[in-house]
Write a protein that binds this ligand. Structure first.
Ligand SMILES: *[C@@H]1O[C@H](CO)[C@@H](O)[C@H](O)[C@H]1NC(C)=O
Ligand SMILES: *[C@@H]1O[C@H](CO)[C@@H](O)[C@H](O)[C@H]1NC(C)=O
Ligand SMILES: *[C@@H]1O[C@H](CO)[C@@H](O)[C@H](O)[C@H]1NC(C)=O
Ligand SMILES: *[C@@H]1O[C@H](CO)[C@@H](O)[C@H](O)[C@H]1NC(C)=O
Ligand SMILES: *[C@@H]1O[C@H](CO)[C@@H](O)[C@H](O)[C@H]1NC(C)=O
Length: 574
């Protein structure tokens, strides 16, 4: 996505891009006799419109559905090409809303509280999906100066999250009939439509760079864009950062920060709980809201809500300022409701903080930290738990110099995440359990999500050490069909099973569709000659191939990592 096409299409709005592509494909289908213009108006010839729709739908996985949804626009002589993407996204939104209504209706006729809770979770999750779809539609119509690559990265990021929310809704329902009622009540259709929307956005970008399409853009906006690009290249701050924020965040180390709120358990701050400090988040806040959490164990369930954007929380250190909880699946909570700390509002950053779930291995799924915050970063933090410690749920996330401990699937989710220079500690699980460091949840191949672990160490805790060959530890297992995990430049202890990756079940689920790769790892556990021979398992030897998973290209890191104040690598060290 970042190749030579970038320079050519830089600065062109997605709207224009779609126009050109439709023009081009319409032209191609008419054997070059086209009079298409770059402003992208489809002419009034109905069959030409349908041909364009057919071409756009060609790469999708559900072509009939695509033809039906986009067909309504093709037959409209006055439709502007941007309507194609809008319709692809808004028809998805309609179906997600149908599914929400279904959850509400089903809930009314059920007494069982476990099932009621699962449906309430569905409503919450699907609302996040609706929000993302709404944001996608707004973005297609806006005039903000963003490069095509940025827009495509944003759209595919949000649409991937829409898939993840649909999946998480279904995963939370254990009752089979209820689950199929939700599947048929809209979730299956919604997933197909989301997949199509992802395909359309991705393929349009691909077509553009393949054709090397030169595009005339408004010279005024070109100049503005160049200025913006220089600012980004020079400092690496996202455009929504104010000058004051830039200064604040350029200063590394908590000492230089002036917090908006100070939390101290002993009463020496403004607030005694982190929740109280978050409740004081100013309405319509612009820029950062900085919370200093003094040393102490904070036994509270905390959510940084959707409207609390750009919260920066720093503590006295990951072993001093600690958030703790003990909710678990065994204790009656859906996995995604077990988290001691949940970060939802976008741009959340934490530094020098600890997050715990103390339910123990007996609690089964018990999340310490759940992150569904876009552009989230954690620096010098600690996440301790057993099963499901760190839920990297959705969007773009970055972890640096963190310690993560756990047993089963202890880093899991469907986000796009890069972890650098982390210490990953496998703990002793229950006797009948096996450890898996990761369980990535990419459900469809169009999602741009994946989990990358770079320059980190994977080690056993002391309690596991004596039994580390008896209780097996694997690098991961595929939670969903297209699970994607890359481990590179890391040190793997001798306790990592020679097979490397563990099957999800006995049916061979996801073994040919997942993408599991290792590159330039070290240590006794890094030998790959006895790895499982699944089609989805790879050993990368080509540095350029591995480079696509570094923070620059994989996470659009050049756009936002600088602003987190954490050290980071956009590519490889040397
Ligand atoms: C559409 O284009 C075709 C071929 O260029 C032409 O034969 C046909 O009459 C056109 N239809 C309309 C409705 O303009
Ligand atoms: C055709 O497109 C225009 C502009 O997008 C819209 O206002 C109009 O409602 C559409 N007509 C139909 C029949 O869909
Ligand atoms: C409630 O539903 C759950 C999940 O289907 C089931 O395991 C449980 O037994 C049900 N409880 C009662 C009281 O029926
Ligand atoms: C799902 O889509 C099919 C056709 O593609 C349609 O018949 C069905 O009514 C849709 N279901 C829902 C709940 O929208
Ligand atoms: C969970 O934490 C709460 C609050 O600290 C405590 O009252 C409770 O005893 C804990 N439960 C278990 C099983 O440890």
């Amino acid at each position: 996505m970042m190749g030579k096409g970038k320079a050519i299409v830089a600065g062109v709005s997605l709207i224009l891009v779609v126009g050109v592509v439709v023009g081009v494909v319409a032209g191609i289908s008419r054997s070059g006799k086209s009079t298409n213009d770059a402003s992208g108006n489809i002419d009034n010839n109905l069959s030409t419109g349908m041909k364009a729709v057919k071409t756009i739908c060609e790469p999708t996985d559900y072509k009939d559905v695509c033809m039906r949804t986009l067909g309504t626009v093709a037959n409209n002589g006055t439709a502007n090409p941007k309507d194609f993407i809008k319709v692809a996204v808004s028809s998805t939104m309609d179906v997600v809303k149908t599914a929400m209504e279904k959850a509400t209706t089903l809930s009314k006729n059920i007494d069982n509280s476990t099932q009621k809770n699962a449906l309430a979770d569905c409503n919450e999750l699907l609302q996040y999906a609706v929000d993302d779809l709404q944001e996608s539609i707004s973005m297609v119509g806006d005039n903000e100066l963003k490069t095509v690559n940025e827009r495509v990265a944003d759209l595919t990021n949000w649409l991937s999250a829409v898939v993840a929310y649909q999946q998480t809704c279904l995963d939370g329902i254990s009752h089979p009939e209820l689950k199929s009622a939700m599947e048929n009540g809209g979730i299956i259709n919604a997933t197909e439509l989301t997949s199509n929307a992802l395909a359309i956005v991705t393929e349009i970008a691909n077509i553009l760079s393949a054709f090397n399409i030169p595009i005339d853009i408004n010279p005024k906006s070109r100049r503005l864009l160049e200025e913006e690009t220089t600012a980004l290249d020079g400092e690496g701050f996202p455009t929504w950062f104010s000058a004051a924020d830039r200064k604040l965040l350029a200063a590394r180390g908590g000492a230089q920060m002036r917090p908006n709120a100070v939390v101290a358990k002993d009463g020496s701050g403004q607030y005694k709980t982190i929740t109280a400090a978050l409740n004081a988040y100013p309405k319509n806040n612009k820029g950062r809201y900085v919370i200093y959490v003094k040393a102490g164990i904070y036994d509270e369930y905390i959510t940084v809500t959707k409207d609390q954007a750009n919260v920066f929380m720093y503590g006295d250190g990951p072993r001093k300022s600690i958030v703790t909880g003990n909710k678990s699946n065994k204790g009656g909570f859906g996995t995604f409701k077990t988290a001691s700390f949940s970060a939802i509002g976008k741009g959340f950053i934490a530094r020098g903080m600890g997050f715990r779930n103390t339910a123990g291995p007996e609690g089964h799924q018990a999340v310490a930290l759940r992150v569904q915050s876009d552009f989230a970063a954690f620096y010098n933090c600690r996440m301790d738990g057993y099963q499901d410690t760190l839920y990297v749920q959705t969007y773009r996330q970055f972890y640096r110099n963190c310690v993560v401990s756990g047993t089963v699937d202890f880093i899991f989710g469907d986000s796009t995440t890069v972890m650098q220079n982390c210490l990953i500690i496998a703990r002793k699980p229950m006797d009948n359990q096996q450890n898996t460091v990761t369980a990535h949840g990419r459900a469809i191949k169009r999602e741009t999500t994946g989990l990358v672990i770079q320059n980190s160490r994977i080690v056993p805790e002391q309690k596991l050490f004596p039994v580390r060959f008896k209780i097996p530890t694997f690098l991961g297992r595929p939670w969903k069909e297209y699970a994607r995990t890359v481990i590179m430049e890391s040190t793997l202890g001798d306790f990592i099973q020679p097979a490397g990756w563990m099957p999800w079940d006995t049916t061979g689920f996801a073994q040919s569709t997942c993408y599991y790769a290792e590159y330039a790892n070290r240590g006794p556990g890094a030998r790959t000659n006895r790895r499982v021979r699944w089609k989805g398992v790879h050993v990368i030897t080509d540095r350029r191939e591995a480079a696509q998973f570094t923070a620059g290209p994989f996470l659009s890191g050049h756009l936002w990592l600088r602003a987190t104040g954490a050290p980071f690598l956009l590519g490889f060290k040397r």
